[in-house]
Design a protein around this ligand. Sequence first.
Ligand code: DC
Length: 221
Amino acid sequence: MIPVLTIDGPSGVGKGTIANIMAHELKWNLLDSGAIYRAFALAASKRNIKIDNTDEQLKLASSLNLKFESDPHKNKLSVFLDNIEVSAELRTEETAELASKFAMIGPLRESLLLRQKKFKQPPGLVADGRDMGSVVFKDASFKVFLTANVEVRAQRRLKQLHDNGIAGILSQTLEEVKKRDERDASRKHSPLIASKDALVIDTSNLTINEVVAKVMALVKT
Ligand code: DC
């Protein structure tokens, strides 16, 4: 059996950071499922595919030429769309907003499922997203759901934007994070929800190392 650790939670909670560190320490594969939704949204917007055109979306989802490369030294995931690196473009707020809109569409989510499941390879997988523990890897061995109050998450998101060379101001980021949370949590298909068997960790007042220690303790039990 290939062990899977799922890390779900809302925008800006630090899932990516924790998932990266865990994958690195455990030497397991890493799935950043948000990057798949973001890359899809970017590809759809470049092709001018509208939010109500499900047929075109499904065609694009099945032909999407998407590759991930992880650099163990930099602890960073690079994403290539049609063989062109789009890692920086994926991190903008525009792409996040569009990804959250496409992510509401049930048939599209289904057509992206297999792509995500393929990441489950030996010796193990750390999967980060919104529905990793509740839908995609329901039978995962270890499930974590991270939370933090919205102000803390907006601050973390802003820092992430700045680290990627993207400008932003706190009040605007706060509104964007709130809007996306609302959409991700209230959608009909695979809403953001903690599965009953997930360990819920409120990270508002925890350092990265403290969160990693809690997640590591779960995996090592
Ligand atoms: O985690 P992120 O910010 O990169 O995700 C971008 C958007 O993609 C998010 O607003 C909702 C969507 N998403 C999703 O619906 N399901 C996932 N497993 C991951 C992301």
